[in-house]
Design a protein around this ligand. Structure first.
Ligand code: PGA
Length: 252
C-alpha cells in the first residue's frame, strides 16, 4: 500500500512571534526539494494566523492547532473553537496528545467531542495515543493502546476515518531522548493496523497514516521511517530547529 509520507511538528508552548516567523521562513527554504512529503506544523494559538498566511502558497505544507475546545461557541472563557481555528487557516487539529491527557486530564469523551467538531468543520485530525513506562514494563502496552483507540474511534464511520491520521507516541519516549527502537515502533504500528481492521476494515487499516512520535530526531528518523508501518513522524523538540526538521523530512 502506497501511503502518504508525513512529518508533523508540534512546537508545544515554545517560541515568540518573531521566532515563529523566522522558523517558518527557514523551513520553507530548506524543505523546497521535498514537496512530495506532507508537512504540518502546530504552532501555539497566537501565531497560527501569521504562520498560515506565510504558508499559503506552499505545496503540501499545512498549519494545525495543538488543541481546540470541546465546546462549539459561547461563554467558555479562554477556550478556542474549531470554527475560530478554521477561520485563521488551520487545516489540522492535534487531539489526545499525552500532555493534554495527563496535565489537563482530558478523557475519551472530551477527545471524541473535539474530533467530531473538527471533522464537522472540515478540519483533519491527528489522534495521539501511547502507553506509559509502567504499562510497557508490565507488558500491558498493547491493551492500553487498544483501549485508547477503541474507546474513541468506535463512534466514527469509516468515511470519517479518512480525515484522521494516527500518532503512536509512547509516553516514556516523549521529550526524554529515549526513542522507541524501530522494532518496538513497527510492532506497535502493525498492531494498530490490526485494531483498525477489526474496528473498520482491511482497506481502512491499509490506508490510514500512522506516525511515530517520541524523541524522533534528525539522527534516528531514517531507521524509524524505514519500518513498513511507520508513515512519518510527529516531532516535538526537533521541530523547533529548521535544520533538524528538514533533515527529518529528508529521511524517507
Ligand atoms: P518530542 O515530542 O519529539 O520532543 O519527544 C513529541 C511529541 O510530544 O509530539
Amino acid at each position: 500500500m502506497n501511503r502518504k509520507k508525513i512529518v508533523a511538528g508540534n512546537w508545544k508552548m515554545n517560541s515568540t512571534l518573531d521566532d515563529a516567523i523566522d522558523l517558518v521562513a527557514s523551513m520553507k527554504l530548506k524543505s523546497k526539494n521535498f514537496q512530495e512529503i506532507e508537512k504540518i506544523i502546530f504552532p501555539p494559538f497566537p501565531f497560527l494566523k501569521t504562520v498560515a498566511d506565510n504558508l499559503i502558497t506552499e505545496t503540501n505544507f499545512f498549519v494545525g492547532a495543538q488543541n481546540c475546545s470541546e465546546h462549539l461557541k459561547g461563554a467558555y472563557t479562554g477556550e478556542v473553537s474549531v470554527e475560530m481555528l478554521s477561520s485563521v487557516g488551520c487545516q489540522y487539529i492535534l487531539v489526545g496528545h499525552s500532555e493534554r491527557r495527563h496535565f489537563f486530564n482530558e478523557n475519551d469523551g472530551q477527545l471524541i467531542l473535539k474530533i467530531q467538531h473538527a471533522l464537522n468543520n472540515n478540519l483533519k485530525v491527528i489522534f495521539c495515543f501511547g502507553e506509559q513506562l509502567e504499562e510497557r514494563k508490565n507488558a500491558t502496552h498493547f491493551e492500553t493502546v487498544k483501549q485508547q483507540l477503541e474507546n474513541v474511534l468506535k463512534v466514527f464511520s469509516e468515511q470519517q476515518l479518512d480525515k484522521i491520521y494516527l500518532a503512536y507516541e509512547p509516553v516514556w519516549a516523549i521529550g526524554t531522548g529515549e526513542t522507541a527502537t524501530p522494532e518496538q515502533a513497527q510492532e506497535m504500528h502493525a498492531y494498530v493496523r490490526r485494531i483498525i481492521t477489526h474496528l473498520f476494515s482491511n482497506e481502512a487499516a491499509g490506508k490510514i497514516p500512522i506516525l511515530y512520535g517520541g524523541s524522533c530526531n534528525a539522527q534516528n528518523a531514517a531507521e524509524l521511517f524505514a519500518c513498513a508501518d511507520v508513515d512519518g513522524g510527529l516531532i516535538g523538540g526537533a521541530s523547533l530547529k529548521a535544520d533538524d526538521f528538514c533533515k527529518i523530512i529528508s529521511s524517507f
